[in-house]
Design a protein. Sequence first.
Lengths: 138, 138
Amino acid sequence: MLKKRSDCPISCSLEIFGDKWTLLILRDVMLRGKSSYGEFLQSEEKISTNILADRLSLLETEEFLTKRVSPQNKSKFIYSLTKKGIDLLPIIIEIMAWGAKYNPECPKKEIGKRLPHEKEEVVKEYTQKLENQFEKES
Amino acid sequence: MLKKRSDCPISCSLEIFGDKWTLLILRDVMLRGKSSYGEFLQSEEKISTNILADRLSLLETEEFLTKRVSPQNKSKFIYSLTKKGIDLLPIIIEIMAWGAKYNPECPKKEIGKRLPHEKEEVVKEYTQKLENQFEKES
DNA sequence: TCTTGTACTTGTAAAATGCAAGTAAAAATA
DNA sequence: TATTTTTACTTGCATTTTACAAGTACAAGA
């Protein structure tokens, strides 16, 4: 990512998180309350260890996540969202909404069911929740 | 894409368009009125010819775009959005909004300036416009 | 002290991408 | 009619990225 392809905000964004894994890690953080390497590794999509390490490093570099030692366990790291990371929630929700609409085989859980008629509210609720967490941690 | 990583709608979506180029082609179609191989090739991001051919084929297979011979020129093809493709607009707009917010060096054009305060309206306007086009072509 | 938990790193093969060149058919031009 | 241009790819090959399996390092717990 030394030199940008263009100044288009869409292109710039895709250069950072336009791949099959980065947003999936953020999904785990935002919607599933995950926060550690081991937890990310357990997701059903089975990310490789080297890719996970690479993406976590990227997410930290890009300041989507911050990394700190767990107070309970000094050999464990906790990854938390920044405001910049929280602001990606609307993108993830839109992707989920689209995916839920066009993949009938995807079982719809609570959020999925709410999306067709109250997407805005879902985004607001989760943003609020994540921002509260953010405040507590600072 | 023989077997899916999981049934998560986010994961399924990213398996299709989670890369650096697919959404950029759709940007050109949705926001810049482009519709042919040659036009896509001219974008400032400089996509390779083989990648463009591969992605157009994917977009057709996934039914995001339909392909037909140009009435004016039989050696030219016109790619048009399907409803399924038009439904990706909110994702693209959210990505643009995020990118415009966090990349101060991206020059903001009309849409970019409107996004912070009237994102919903922008999505509605463009959806309307693209759906009108869709109707005209059918 | 030994085992477990946690977070990686390394090696290597496979797949995707980028770049340059070539192909083929229709359209425009001489 | 012959030639050039336009349009949309395809092909070959080097580079980069990814996937998979294995190994490493350090802290915590028994």
